[in-house]
Structures are given as structure tokens and as C-alpha cells.
Design a protein around this ligand. Structure first.
Ligand code: ASP
Length: 263
């Protein structure tokens, strides 16, 4: 069908079993050539990795965040040093520190899957005011796609003109995924999450809630701005402008069609 750019959210990277699921989903369709990953999300009593890293920055202590990664790596039989990288970031900045959630997650997935790793700092570019530099970003992504037919890319951050790490808003990996989809000229942006799609109601409160099969970008934007937290509102623009449909899908139900957002 053409290139599919996939974004996997924090619940999809929360443990070793989920890494294996992502790998299976990518293997299922060779068009799924670019994977943007969020940092591991909440898992039982364990907080989101990004929250753990904000705490690490405040306490200047890398140990707890590193331990979570070590546990996931153990479950994948991979031996990798996470602590040194987090300790290095702690000496640089808060943004550098919290971005290590996505950076190390993507590094670990690259090791596990054999997919090449591309650092978001090299392809997601910000201007001096901290706004996304769309021209530089799309040029960098186009160049990257020429040399990398497949890649795993961390979400949530990029770099400014001085090379320093700049983060997107919270839950911003959706935005990275949309930028990557547009930049590599994808035919489809798949946003893999922990819900079966956009629902008619809250399935917890309404047992009759069902998945909405298709919705327009304009409607999705209104819903997102009204607080429906399936996609980050700012991720819609880059793909809508490029005419790329987005499909919201559930990592736990990989064969379910989810919701198609287009036109
Ligand atoms: N990890 C970041 C956050 O927790 C970004 C994301 O998950 O999209 O906000």
C-alpha cells in the first residue's frame, strides 16, 4: 500500500511482553517501516517512565528510572546499560533527562528487533523560540528516509538550532509520529494505543459503547480539543495537511480495524 509510519504509545512499550507484541505487529506488514515509540507508560503501580525521569531530574538520581528499563531488558534477555546515559543527561538539562525515556526505549527496541535506530534529535527540529521548524524537520526526515528504508525513532523530543534537546508537550509522541509520517511520505499513519479506537462513549461507564469506524480530521480535532484523549490535537495538522489518513489501533487487538481518521 505504500509506507506505513507507526506510533506506539506508552502502554504499548510498558513491558517486555509489549515489546514482543510491537515486533510482531511490525513483522506482520512489511510496509510498517517506521516505528515511533513513547517511553514505557504506567504498569500496575509503576509510574510512567517520563514522570520517573522528571523525579530523577529533581532528585538528581538515575537509579529508579534505570531499574525500570533494566527489568524490561531482562525480560528480553538483553544486557544494556541505561544508568550511564541517564546520569549523563542529568548533568545536561531537564529536557535532556526526560527525553531519555523515549531515547532509551527506542534504543532497546532497536536492539531487540534489529531495526536501525535514528535519534529524534537528528530529524525533529525546533527553531530558536522552541517551535517545531517544519521545513527543517521535513527535509531531515526526507534525507533520513533515503538512507534508512526502516527505522525506529524516539517520540516526544527533537533538537534546537544549538543542538540542545527540546521536548514536545506531554503525550507529544503522537506529534512525532505525525511528523515522521508526513516527512517520509507515508500512505498511512497508524497510531497504536490501548483503546480499540474512537468510541461512542466511555466503555467503563457505558457497556454499549462501540468503536466509531471512521471520522473526519475536522471532527477529530473538535473532539480532541474537547478533551477526548485518544490523539494529541497537535498531531492532526501535519498528517491532515499532507492528505495522510490516520488509523487508531489497539496493540492488544492487532487485527481489529480501529478508527480511520481522514479528509
Ligand atoms: N512520554 C511522554 C509523556 O509521558 C510523551 C508521550 O508519551 O507521548 O508525556
Amino acid at each position: 500500500m505504500g509506507i506505513i509510519a507507526c506510533k506506539f504509545g506508552g502502554t504499548s512499550t510498558a513491558g517486555a511482553d509489549m515489546f514482543k507484541r510491537i515486533e510482531g505487529i511490525l513483522r506482520q506488514d512489511p510496509d510498517r517501516r517506521y516505528a515511533v515509540l513513547s517511553a514505557p507508560g504506567r504498569c500496575g503501580d509503576t509510574e510512567k517512565m517520563t514522570d520517573a525521569l522528571y523525579r530523577a531530574w529533581r532528585n538528581k538520581d538515575a537509579a529508579r528510572a534505570a531499574e525500570r528499563f533494566e527489568a524490561i531488558a531482562r525480560g528480553l534477555s538483553i544486557d544494556m546499560d541505561f544508568r550511564t546515559e541517564i546520569e549523563r543527561a542529568l548533568r545536561v538539562s531537564e529536557a535532556e533527562t526526560v527525553s531519555r525515556g523515549e531515547y532509551l526505549c527506542a534504543k532497546l527496541f532497536a536492539r531487540f528487533s534489529g531495526m536501525p535506530f535514528v535519534d529524534a534529535a537528528d530529524v525533529i527540529r525546533f527553531d530558536a523560540r522552541g517551535q517545531i521548524d517544519y521545513d527543517k524537520t521535513s527535509r531531515a526526515l526526507r534525507d533520513m528516509a533515503r538512507t534508512h528504508p526502516r527505522a525506529v525513532i524516539p517520540g516526544f523530543y527533537g533538537s534546537g538550532p544549538d543542538g540542545r534537546i527540546v521536548t514536545l508537550p506531554r503525550n507529544g509522541s503522537d506529534i512525532t509520529g505525525a511528523l515522521v509520517a508526513a516527512g517520509v511520505g507515508a500512505a498511512l499513519y497508524e497510531n497504536w494505543t490501548d483503546v480499540p479506537g474512537l468510541m461512542t462513549g466511555d466503555p467503563g461507564a457505558d457497556p454499549g459503547a462501540r468503536v466509531i469506524p471512521a471520522v473526519s480530521y475536522a471532527r477529530m480535532r473538535t473532539l480532541a480539543e474537547d478533551g477526548v484523549q485518544v490523539l494529541h490535537p497537535d498531531c492532526l495538522e501535519p498528517v491532515a495537511r499532507a492528505g495522510i489518513p490516520t488509523r487508531i489501533r489497539c496493540t492488544l487487538m492487532p487485527d481489529a480495524p480501529g478508527t480511520l481518521v481522514e479528509g
